[in-house]
Design a protein around this ligand. Sequence first.
Ligand code: FE
Length: 375
Amino acid sequence: MRHRKTRSMITQFCTALAGSVLAAGCFAQDAPTRNVQMEDAKPGISDSGYDLTPPTEEEKKELLAKLTPEQIRITQKAGTEAAFCGTLLDNKKEGIYVCVVCGLPLFDSDDKFTSGTGWPSFTKTFDPSHVVGKVDTSYGMVRTEIVCGRCGSHLGHVFEDGPPPTGMRFCLNSESLTFIEKGEELPENSKPMKAEEAFFAGGCFWGVEYGFAQLPGVLSATSGYQNGETEDPDYRAVCSGETGHAESVRVRFDPDRIDYETLVRFFFEIHDPTTLNRQGPDVGTQYRSGIYTASPEQARIAVKVVKDVARSDEFKDRTIVTEIEPTGKFTQAEDYHQDYVVRTGRTCHPGIGTAVAKYQRMLDRQPERVVSPSE
Ligand code: FE
């Protein structure tokens, strides 16, 4: 009984404070936070394999219908719960914290710490693209608001006064989060997409990325550098030819919709596998032909396809020089290399449009985009 009364007093205290604490919320600083992905981030598949496509208006309406008025106030109207009153403030269990609206994983219990501010605090996000920063100039301060990277719901703010190793303090409202304890079954909207990865190097990555991105069942294609000898290469270093990296493309695909063998066969239709360290006018080891396999099964399939291709009429008098190696570290290339063909209309692999159309037909879907005749 005494316990219930104490709780009731706390509830009243919290209710009285709620809505009036934002100005002081999370001990604001005067500068917006860097090191957080800001709101121009593009939707897509996150590195941890989650679909970041925002819910439609209709879907959002359904999601919001399940929330309490307090959760609506905080997540949809940038509200703040009273300090020391959130239900997850003292939660020390192992698990993940997901968006209360759309279920996207946002934080991991491993990164939670006691900040003393009265709000659940974390040093980093579950995935950098799952939490997005927005400049917030309300209450005469410049702060960085954080919102869900999928549905845009308000979560809290982030500051650069956190503990090591990141020095960041993500300051959350408990009401913006749902906690899922380790071992509990994840709800559907908190699960990553079913995806496998494949890696292909076939000369300049712009065209290779474009080609794979057009195939039904491919969830994302990303340009990068792979199987080299230095950590964290950039374009300039790779262009020198001294780092040993190949320009390659990471393909994430749904194995229920397209299989690995089809991807490998497509790869041999969009580049010339017989020119050593060269693709058209691009010369250098970074332009070599390579398949970097993520499993022994992928290696087995890649070897089989190469044998088939080598026996075909097109290649029986030429030598295929494609290397098949286990997947080494893949480093995503700079943003200006991503979606290059779509953004600029320029490409580097002649005939790619024909191959794309053929595979789209074969995979039972109409072409999504008309490829320019120059391709
Ligand atoms: Fe969300």
